[in-house]
Design a protein around this ligand. Sequence first.
Ligand code: ZN
Length: 280
Amino acid sequence: MFSVSSLRIICSSRRVLHSHWVMTNRLSIPKAVTCSVHCVSTSFYKVIWPSNMYFRALLDKERGLFNYTKQAILSRCCYSSQVKLNCWNCKQLLDKTPAFFCNSCNIIQPPEEGTSYFKIMDCDYTFTLDTQKLQTRYLQLQRSLHPDNFSQKSVKEREFSESQSALVNKAYRTLLKPLSRGLYMLELEGLRLEEGTDSGADSDFLMELMEINEALDEAQTPEEANKIGQDAKGKLADLTEQIDVALRKGELHAAKTLLAKMKYHANIEEKVKEKLSGFM
Ligand SMILES: [Zn+2]
């Protein structure tokens, strides 16, 4: 079992500074983290999970287990944070993370650097998140943070409202669509989908895409284009399920390949929309 200070290292970006220690203890980490979910107050964990520089070196199986436990932690500590902040105005301790307003003086707070979009939008760290809940949260936050509400306030408050409102917009847009949501989740894990490359796409897949694109170019009626659009929708739904499974298992490279495919099919869906507007 790890000590509390060791758990803090495992669960924070400080593990980067303790890479040797982390690698030495790597086999016990998933167990310790699982146990700590149940045994230790979640206030030790920062909800934004830093890039897995060292965890990429772990075996897939270990990493899968680690990711599973990480998701468990993330979903359990929506309102807790390792670092407690104080209100910039009245200096009272802020009661939650992120705190958009101070509970004592009710004044707007600046955005907290590095807070994950999932936490900002109060959503579970999962690929299949509840978009209805996301939408409700978005409207609720924008109602209270919108710069129009602060036109009579101090310069500082106006600035905070602008930056908070922009951040909420960005978090909402990123989490709304499965593609951007998946890419963001990969980014949190330290993986990026390179722009303009066919990362992970096999030749059969590229051939299939070429055929779809040709069929779309040659479509003469809205019905023909619609049919291609429906096929793309079906493929996107299948991919969404597969990506969810891969991410839950911590199979990040598999998720990355699937997200690359999703990007192509989402692109076809967009092209279908353009084609349909051409028929009008
Ligand atoms: Zn205050």
